[in-house]
Design a protein around this ligand. Structure first.
Ligand SMILES: CC(C)(COP(=O)(O)OP(=O)(O)OC[C@H]1O[C@@H](n2cnc3c(N)ncnc32)[C@H](O)[C@@H]1OP(=O)(O)O)[C@@H](O)C(=O)NCCC(=O)NCCS
Length: 179
């Protein structure tokens, strides 16, 4: 049974079909998809891309026991975004990622979520390493990763584009005090 997680202000539910409308409205916004490698595909067909990701999310939860969550503000119940853990085949690693409603930016939510993802990955799943990638121009996302203790390690070539690469090992996380 996939877990529901909580942070101080947020409730996280495995991303599923019931989130299609909220998730479509989220990714359709240019401010949200501008730094994503799939930006053009999303702009051309937000519902189709949202459905594709939900199906991938469900497969990840089924096959690996982790995946992306739909994220809600606990006090109001409002949908505020998506984030979680994702297996990235070409990196052979578990990536953390997040995307939030612009109205919720600057509130520390991405940082709060990322800390919870690291705790989930290291504590509950027993992972040894987690990684993250960002568009080289996505300064807000890079700042979040640095704040939660991830280390920058140059760039990776994803064929069609370059990404900035970050990682954190269990030992780094424990040395920083864990959760
Ligand atoms: C990336 C994203 C999740 C950040 O969300 P957020 O709720 O604003 O994040 P937080 O409030 O936890 O932290 C953001 C940090 O970046 C900083 N920041 C914001 N915009 C910045 C910019 N343009 N340049 C440098 N730093 C910036 C903030 O000041 C804050 O750091 P601080 O706490 O030291 O002041 C949000 O911008 C988003 O959803 N973007 C669209 C999707 C996306 O790009 N996802 C990441 C894909 S890799």
């Amino acid at each position: 049974m996939p877990p529901t997680l909580a942070t101080q202000r947020l409730t996280l539910v495995p991303l599923g079909q019931e989130h299609l409308a909220d998730y479509t409205a989220l990714i359709a916004q240019p401010a949200v998809h501008r730094y994503l490698s799939s930006a053009k595909a999303i702009a051309a067909d937000p519902p189709g891309q949202a459905q594709r990701i939900i199906e991938l999310a469900q497969a990840q939860w089924r096959e690996r026991g982790y995946g992306p969550f739909a994220v809600f503000a606990t006090d109001t119940g409002a949908f505020v975004g998506r984030g979680g853990l994702f297996w990235v085949e070409r990196l052979q690693a578990v990536e953390i990622n997040y995307m939030l409603e612009p109205a919720a930016w600057g509130t520390g939510y991405a940082t709060e979520l990322s800390r919870r993802f690291l705790e989930f990955g290291f504590d509950a799943l027993g992972l040894e390493r987690m990684v993250a990638t960002t568009n080289p121009d996505n300064a807000a996302s890079q700042r979040v990763l640095l704040k939660v203790g991830m280390r920058p390690d140059g760039q990776r070539d994803f064929g069609t584009h370059m990404v900035d690469f970050f990682f954190i090992d269990r030992a780094d996380w424990l040395a920083a005090g864990g959760a």
